[in-house]
Design a protein around this ligand. Sequence first.
Ligand code: SAH
Ligand code: SF4
Ligand code: F3S
Length: 453
Amino acid sequence: MTTKRYYHIITFGCQMNKADSERMAGILEDMGLSWSDDPNQADVILYNTCTIRDNAEQKVYSYLGRQAKRKHEQPDLTLIVAGCVAQQEGEALMRRVPELDLVMGPQHANRLKDLLESVFAGNQIVATEEVHIFEDITQPRRDSQVTAWVNIIYGCNERCTYCVVPNVRGVEQSRKPEAIRYEIEHLAQQGYREITLLGQNIDAYGRDLPGSTPEGRNLHTLTDLLYYVHDVPGIERIRFATSHPRYFTERLIKACAELPKVCEHFHIPFQSGDNELLKAMSRGYTHEKYRRIIDTIRKYMPDASISADAIVGFPGETETQFENTLKLVEDIGFDLLNTAAYSPRPGTPAALWDHQLSEETKSDRLQRLNHLVNIKAAERSQRYFGRIEEVLVEAENTKDKTQVMGRTGGNRLTFFAGDINQLKGQMVKVKITEVRAFSLTGVAVEIPQLVTV
Ligand code: SAH
Ligand code: SF4
Ligand code: F3S
């Protein structure tokens, strides 16, 4: 290539997609392309897509339309759709938008270089077959220099009746503990301070690895992995997501209480507070079991912060069943709750059921739930007032450049006055002076000495 070529990536969806985008950006840089902030200046545009709900899927079509037009004036523009919509739609997406050069499912992220070389050689490609995900040797181009995602298990073997993820992300594939530790050691050497271990159902980690007992007992669990990676020097905080109540163990809770670097924050989606609905969703637990898990966490770590996801308006949800969700939210008091109205997804059982609720009922319930969530989160925030919290500084506060932004161990966004050049990547003790439902403001009580890493 003679002239400099640029790429731009637009990422939708969850942390898995963000992590995949960072790896794909690393591959593109390796191929000699440079990042462009402006998609209209880029020679390669990659959309990493999400299809968890219909509105997520529709977003990509509106974006694509614009760039497909541009391609008519600039035929050497390369257009890629990666991620979950690519996997779901495959060939159909290529037919719908013939300007596309490459449609590639999430399992193919690490193969981007090979796929793209074939595109540059003149091919139009759909890569959506199930593959074994290879260990990646390319360095991801990460958005943050302080916190990093580390995939530990890809895919999901659950069959929640509303969910497309197993269709688009394939079966569970755990990475080997050694490969995970190696990546974390490398991150520490580069100056990263916090890692988040990622999996759609992180409690399933290891069950596909060799080393299970003949009875199927897993010898490589998430708990074992936490012990195994905990002592990597330089890493000060370890988080993990997403937990599944069906598999969440007391042994894991104890490990989190015992291991100082593991943050006291748990993201455990419950989806519904009603047992019949939980059954219809095939979630494999009751609201009583969910409550017991939270009680046990709070027994070991009274201050732990708890976040979750919930769906309202699942097919057949009655007013009383919805109220059971409200009741669970009222009783538990979440620090954060991601809420969504049920959206029927292609290829999922619940989409075909009778008793779909009207959009009106769904949005009414969503509003009522969100109202309660805000009240409860504001209550939970109160406990931080006047306290001294350790904040790991990540970036400037984009709305006020005299301030920096970081997170507490419990994952509350926190702002305080300071210079980002001095504080980035530092753990600072901050006295909390203002609390809001989902964020805090404070003043630094002790600025650490500038350390060079
Ligand atoms: N693996 C995680 C969640 C992955 S999807 C888990 O098991 O909890 C993220 C969230 O999107 C889910 O927790 C759920 O609340 C929501 N979600 C998934 N499918 C949905 C659908 N069809 N309609 C609305 N929300 C959905
Ligand atoms: Fe979807 Fe259920 Fe798997 Fe989560 S556990 S990704 S909700 S199928
Ligand atoms: Fe969306 Fe795919 Fe994640 S559907 S939520 S990007 S796994």
